[in-house]
Design a protein around this ligand. Structure first.
Ligand code: HEC
Length: 352
């Protein structure tokens, strides 16, 4: 039986937060420096929390063991409390409780230590300081075309013109690989390149000339590109994919960031030429994109996007060429995740 994703994600976030607190405390004590504008992770290892997602059996063991540790800690605390209070009637309880705690720890299904740790780099815990935005995706695509496509291919599937001359074939970055990595470690690999673990020879050159922001952008582009490919291959965004942040002009609230609409569901209409905008629907805030002179704009939708980066960014997320994105509608949930898309008037019908 697989554990509910919410539990696994909750544990992942808690483990991440605990390591972040340790990293920041270390930094505050002056024991570690700063790398790429964030405190460096000071150790050669880190908790391999992402394995919880990849290996359900391991995840079950970790969570059961954590529960045992928490219960044992509660027993020990109670024992201490009773010992301090020195209630006569409770004289034997502290010992019994401590024995219970020891038994819990002894019988906990301890996970394999090897699976708990992974090699770390100074940016392992880094997260992109900038929002996942339409502009960042489009800028990242330009960086990718200039610096990476010769090996990885313009579509990031690993078939660039130089690929066959390399000692190792570049991986398909439009597949599931990105979701198996920490973004901070991808950042490090793009910045410093990759080496063969055994021989130490370089398999991918680093990119010392790129700014930190350019590397985060290129990772945003790759994320969008891989999400679009996933939609093409599976027919759905099977991993969580965010609506990229962009600027909107709204009937209420004027010019605002799309992130400020969190808490409401959105339908995003990529207007096709002069086609009439779909009627407003009380279930969603309607955002119309790309109808500068068309009927959709004249109908004064609730929100209008004039951000030139949004259409190419959404085309990547849809896995289509920018010219084919018009006519799609996308549905965004209250937390800003893309949920569904369709071509035409109603979700679910005539889905592409
Ligand atoms: C000279 C060819 C070349 C160039 C240029 C290049 N790469 Fe790579 N890249 C590779 C090869 C080969 C690998 C596989 C290396 C390995 O597994 O040891 C790779 C691996 C990767 C990976 C996977 C890392 C992982 O965690 O497994 C990412 C991400 C990546 N490249 C991104 C980029 C980006 C972004 C750029 C541009 C800034 C870029 N690469 C430029 C050849 C290249």
């Amino acid at each position: 039986m697989a554990l509910p994703t919410e539990i696994v994600n909750g544990v992942l976030e808690a483990l991440y937060a605990a390591q972040l607190a340790l990293r920041d405390a270390w930094h505050a004590l002056g024991l570690s420096g700063t790398v790429a504008q964030q405190p460096a992770w000071p150790f050669a290892q880190r908790l391999a929390a992402e394995r919880l997602l990849q290996e359900p059996g391991h995840a079950r063991r970790v969570i059961a063991t954590l529960a045992c540790i928490a219960a044992a800690a509660a027993l020990v605390l109670t024992a201490l409390l009773l010992a301090v209070l020195r209630r006569r009637s409770a004289r034997r309880w502290p010992l019994a409780l401590a024995a219970g705690a020891a038994a819990l720890l002894a019988f906990a299904p301890w996970p394999s230590a090897m699976l708990l740790w992974a090699p770390a780099v100074p940016t392992s815990l880094h997260r992109a300081p900038q929002a996942f935005s339409a502009q960042s995706i489009v800028q990242g695509q330009a960086v990718f075309t200039q610096h990476c496509a010769q090996c990885h291919g313009a579509d990031a599937r690993g078939e660039g013109p130089l690929a066959s001359q390399l000692s190792r074939w570049p991986p398909n970055l439009a597949g599931g690989l990105l979701w198996k990595r920490l973004e901070g470690e991808l950042f490090w690999r793009v910045r410093h390149g990759l080496r063969d673990a055994r021989s130490g020879t370089q398999t991918m050159p680093g990119a010392p000339a790129l700014s930190d922001a350019q590397i985060w952008s290129v990772l945003d582009f790759l994320q969008a590109r891989a999400s679009g490919q996933m939609l093409r291959d599976m027919g759905a965004w099977e991993r969580p994919v965010r609506l990229p942040q962009s600027l909107l002009d709204c009937r209420y609230g004027g010019r605002r960031s799309s992130d400020s609409l969190r808490g409401q569901r959105l339908q995003l209409v990529l207007a096709a030429g002069d086609a009439a905008a779909p009627p407003e629907d009380p279930r969603w805030v309607t955002v119309v994109l790309g109808a500068s002179g068309g009927a959709a704009a004249q109908a004064a939708p609730e929100c209008l996007s004039r951000d030139p980066a949004l259409l190419p960014a959404l085309a990547l997320l849809l896995g289509v060429a920018p010219g084919q994105a018009a006519g799609h509608r996308l549905f965004v949930d209250r937390d800003g995740w893309l949920r569904a898309r369709c071509r035409g008037r109603r979700p679910g019908r005539r889905a592409t």
